[in-house]
Design a protein around this ligand. Sequence first.
Ligand SMILES: [Zn+2]
Length: 191
Amino acid sequence: MTKTVTMARMNSRQRRKLFEQVAARDGLRCQVCNRVGTHLTLILDHRNNIPNDNQLDNLQLLCRRDNYLKNPRRSKNKYVVDQRELSQPRAASAEFVKNSVSEPLFCHFIDATMREDDRILYEEAINSGAQVAGISPVTAKRYLDKLCSKAGPYQVIYDDLADAKFVELKRGPVNLGPHLIGGPKGPKDEA
Ligand SMILES: [Zn+2]
């Protein structure tokens, strides 16, 4: 599979190496909330937010939630909540108000995360996204499944090596193969 993701800052091999060094120094835990994580759930973060400052002193591991909350790009939220819509009569429905705030937040979290990484663990996307948006994992799963539906920008794939489900950006029809969960059934992939 060809990688189309361009990482202007560090390539994935450098990233892995630096990740190991930081993990050896600090342990596999988030430096903000202290939550224990894994290679799949922790993000290598630049303390000063300068992406090419890869000195070890400037690197730390964060969980996705804290990485998202720290990220300066968070303010550039393209999912702007329409205040007029909130004042419509149907906004009287608490459920509607809740969705119109939490769903954009959740979507923005997923988008921001996917810009940093080319994939995210499915369960992690639900749990971290739920924390960020202040919703239940059940609601988060509903939002995520929408993003990963036919009309959405993402897809859920099963990675045999990692033995886990991941959310990835759709890469076009070529890659929408048999691993696409809920997608068209195809012959067993030899890869
Ligand atoms: Zn954390």
